[in-house]
Design a binder for this molecule. Structure first.
Ligand SMILES: Nc1ncnc2c1ncn2[C@@H]1O[C@H](COP(=O)(O)OP(=O)(O)OP(=O)(O)O)[C@@H](O)[C@H]1O
Length: 253
């Protein structure tokens, strides 16, 4: 039996606004496995991002436990959690949140210094290698405002990878990109996964979802169903997209 890298048990999240309570996650049980490219799908407002934030402890849960490599994150104090997050997790969001006054290289290197993994020289070398791997080495001395949205997102992925994370969390990483830039970013994520990187990604885009080998479907705060797929082999596999599309239509997505 596969052992979970990250495990959520009976996760509930209630947002209270005055007297009104909105239960967004309802006792969700979920396991995320090492080396998988796991996707969270569901309709708008289903709680996808809330589940990602709960599992990464970017946000607290109302009830339930989150365990990563046998450490219970839901018991950790914020300082301990911040350390674990810096050492073990990488994050990519729809907006890159790159520091506007720093070059792409500096954005990646600074994140590397914060992860405290290696000497200054090693981190700078790794930053350059990652920017090259992401295909943005020619833009590394430019500010975020001087590059395209796709280049900025690729630099943001380099930044997320600089600490060699055990798990990369991505929340709609292609949500703000045009089709060709989205494909470039998805190709990079697929490549990272093929070299062993575990990824958990939220998306509402079918083209992004087909990159995963396991898709979880969230509805009304619960995981309604999941689909296992073989590893992604390339865009020519048309059958894959129709299979996922068929599954989603059965779920009335
Ligand atoms: N900080 C918050 N305070 C109050 N309600 C919130 C908060 N964050 C999210 N919600 C509510 O929780 C529900 C789920 O939000 P969430 O962003 O997780 O959904 P989602 O499935 O990621 O949606 P989308 O695909 O539209 O981004 C929504 O009804 C949202 O309005």
């Amino acid at each position: 039996m596969k052992k979970a890298l990250l495990r959520g048990r009976r996760l509930s999240k209630v947002f209270a606004q005055g007297q009104v309570k909105n239960k967004v996650l309802d006792r969700v049980d979920v396991d995320i496995y090492k080396k998988d490219f796991t996707i969270i799908m569901g309709s708008s407002g289903a709680g996808k991002s809330t589940l990602l934030y709960a599992l990464s402890r970017m946000d607290t849960v109302t009830e339930g436990t989150v365990t990563y490599k046998d450490k219970e994150l839901t018991r950790m104090k914020e300082k301990q959690m911040a350390k674990l997050r810096a050492e073990e997790f990488g994050f990519v969001f729809q907006q890159t949140h790159l520091v506007s006054s720093l070059t792409l290289f500096e954005n990646v290197a600074v994140a590397g210094f914060l992860s405290k993994k290696g000497s200054s020289g090693e981190i700078q070398k790794r930053a350059r290698t990652l920017l090259t791997r992401m295909g943005v080495e020619k833009a590394e001395d430019r500010l975020p405002a001087q590059v395209s949205g796709g280049e900025a997102q690729r630099a943001a992925i380099a930044r997320a990878m600089i600490g060699n994370p055990g798990l990369l969390f991505a929340d709609e990483p292609t949500g703000a990109l045009n089709r060709s830039h989205s494909e470039e970013v998805l190709d990079l994520l697929t490549g990272l996964n093929q070299s062993g990187q575990s990824i958990l990604m939220v998306t509402h885009d079918l083209r992004a979802a087909v990159r995963g080998n396991r898709i979880l479907y969230l509805e009304d705060g619960k995981i309604l169903d999941e689909l296992e797929l073989p590893a992604y082999k390339g865009a020519e596999d048309r059958h894959r997209e129709s299979r996922v599309s068929q599954w989603l239509s059965e779920l009335q997505w």
